[in-house]
Design a protein around this ligand. Structure first.
Ligand SMILES: Nc1nc2c(ncn2[C@@H]2O[C@H](COP(=O)(O)OP(=O)(O)O)[C@@H](O)[C@H]2O)c(=O)[nH]1
Ligand SMILES: [Mg+2]
Length: 388
């Protein structure tokens, strides 16, 4: 049995574009015999009467449907509704996101569907790769924003495999849609943030994303609904996603935990000196930092391997010993350096007039080696992964 493809077209004031878009898609559908095609319009009660034109088209063609919303709910809202309907009512195997203004080249559909048949989960129609493009007559500032904007996203996401993160032309398998739809339930994805959100979540979930180049065509009828808040929302979204990704990294958490410990040690040392002799204050400050490191590591850095309450006393004791080990490593390096290389002046940092000698280097090396040791001790001894 051949697979069912549902092309979803959200419309808001696209009255003059409906007939040509149906004609163009129908022409391409006729060339591909191996799929059942449907067109599903999702209209938000467009004031220009788009729905009326769609209804006339439904009488002239088979396989066209219309979903109507009472009021404008945004692009993402329209796609959510359309995708659910396409899967549940039209039994879609493959879903296509397609703009109603003929900006997307329907002739690229066969190549995109081929890639889906070849095992991709999502195929993007991409403007920013060889063979793709944006309208040559765009004014320079619009070209700049479009190209640099996408470059910026690629840089922030640190993913250079995807060339066009914001394209609205996409062919997607039902399996991917079923996984990602619930993830984007939140109303933050009801507008244009839908596009970047959908792609980011799909990549994070490990789906295979591919691209086919196409040349974006400017609409000849109607107006774009894209507002300036779109740029702001997209940038805010990718920054948020990246910071979350970075903070999920254990090494980053470890470094932040250690940094917090160092600050706590310095601050509490000043505090304890008010009522304790220096040696005791020094020791107490170290112990406070150790307590902070232990707590943060257990609740955050290694929260996936959190200790049971009964384990805490013994593990805390071990933690003290391994932390002592790190101090020992620092002193050993300083001792060996001084003994075999010596304390030689290197240079002076201008402005702050800080003299750097080999002793500074031994301290830096010691701190680094101590950190290596600590991370080893944390992950292999104290918060050892359970072997199954
Ligand atoms: N149903 C619905 N469609 C929308 C909404 N906003 C935009 N669209 C449609 O989404 C598609 C892309 O929008 P467009 O304004 O062309 O965005 P641009 O191509 O990025 O400038 C068009 O078919 C619009 O009619 C909305 O709030 N609801
Ligand atoms: Mg458009």
């Amino acid at each position: 049995m051949s697979k069912t493809v549902v092309v979803i077209i959200p419309t808001y004031n696209e009255q003059a574009n409906i007939v040509p878009v149906v004609r163009e898609l129908a022409r391409v559908f006729r060339q591909i015999k191996s799929f059942n095609f449907h067109i599903l319009f999702v209209d938000d009660n467009s004031p220009d009467g788009s729905a009326k034109v769609i209804s006339t088209e439904i009488k002239r063609h088979a396989h066209i449907r219309l979903l109507s919303n009472k009021r404008k709910g945004g692009l993402g809202h329209a796609y959510k509704k359309g995708m659910r309907y396409a899967i549940q009512k039209l039994h879609a195997d493959i879903i296509v996101q397609f703009d109603g203004d003929l900006s997307h080249d329907p002739n690229k559909l066969p190549a995109m569907l081929d890639k889906i048949e070849g095992g991709s989960d999502m195929v993007l129609g991409s403007r920013y790769m060889r063979g793709g493009g944006i309208p040559p007559h765009w004014p320079p500032h619009r070209k700049f924003l479009s190209i640099v904007g996408n470059l910026f996203i690629r840089l922030v996401m640190f993913n250079f495999k995807v060339h066009d993160w914001t394209t609205g032309y996409r062919v997607i398998t039902k399996e991917l849609v079923e996984k990602i739809l619930p993830v984007l339930r939140h109303s933050a994805f009801n507008g244009y943030t839908w596009q970047i959100g959908f792609l980011v979540k799909s990549i994070q979930a490990g789906f295979k994303v591919d691209e086919v180049p196409f040349v974006f065509k400017d609409r000849t009828e109607g107006h774009s609904k894209l507002g300036p808040e779109y740029i702001f929302n997209t940038v805010r979204y990718i920054m948020k996603v990246r910071i979350e990704e970075i903070l999920r990294n254990r090494l980053v958490k470890f470094a932040l935990t250690g940094g917090t410990g160092a600050v706590i040690q310095l601050v509490t040392l000043e505090l304890y000196r008010n009522f304790a002799p220096f040696q005791l204050a020094f020791f107490l400050a170290i112990e406070t930092a150790i307590l902070s490191n232990f707590t943060l590591s257990n609740l955050w850095t290694f929260s996936d391997r959190k200790l049971k309450l009964a384990q805490v006393p013994a593990k805390f004791l071990t933690f003290n010993l391994t932390s002592g080990g790190s101090i020992l490593i620092q002193q050993l390096i300083a001792f060996l350096g001084e003994k075999y290389i010596g304390l030689l002046p290197l240079f002076t940092l201008p402005i702050i007039n800080f003299k750097v000698d080999t002793g500074t280097m031994y301290a830096v090396a010691g701190i680094f080696m101590g950190m290596f040791w600590n991370f080893f001790a944390y992950s292999k001894i104290i918060w050892k992964a359970k072997t199954k």
